[in-house]
Each structure stands twice: as C-alpha cells, then as structure tokens.
Write a new protein. Sequence first.
Length: 119
Amino acid sequence: MKNKKTILVIFCFLIMTYTCCLFLPWWIIATIGMIIGFCASSIYQAFFQSTSIITFVWLSMLINNFYFQPDKQILISKIKAFLNMNEILLIIITLFIPFFISLITSYFGYELRKAVKDD
C-alpha cells in the first residue's frame, strides 16, 4: 500500500512540475523542489524525489527544445558553436542545473518542515 502511495505522489509531482515548467519561468523548479522537500517524510525521500522528478522534466524540456521546436534551434546552435560541443554533451552539462537546484531546495523544504513542526 505504501509503495502505491509513493508512486502516486511521484506521478502527481511529475505532472505538476511539467505543467508549471510549460507555462512559468525556468526558476519555478526551485519552488517545486521546496514543495517536494516539504512534503517528504525523510531527507532521502526528499532528495530522491526532487532530483529525479525535476531532472526528468528538465531533460524532457531540453529534448523538446533541441529536436522539436525549430524557433529555439537557432539559440541552441549558437551555444553549441560558441562552446564547441555536441548536443549530447551540452544536454548532460545542462542537466547539472536542475540537479543541484533540486538538491538545495529539497533540503531547504525538508528543514522548513522540521522547523514548522517544532513550533
């Protein structure tokens, strides 16, 4: 029963994150990471859920921008030429952004929950 609940929570956070990333600025991932950390029952769950969900959504948005939206392809090709990298390496390096942001914000959300609970 607990496993089904965890999968449902992850799926709900995944849908919420993807929807927010479609319509809001990129830095919304910090707020979402904090919410995920606040709702987590342990620090490990906060880290795992936040980093996996936010990094997966960021990766899907990157693949969408790289391969399916021709209007954004101009900017991406300029960045590739400037940094002299191929697409795969650029995607891997770019994935460090949501990974570190989600680690920091989920830790903050988890600690915020502990601070609120203590009062």
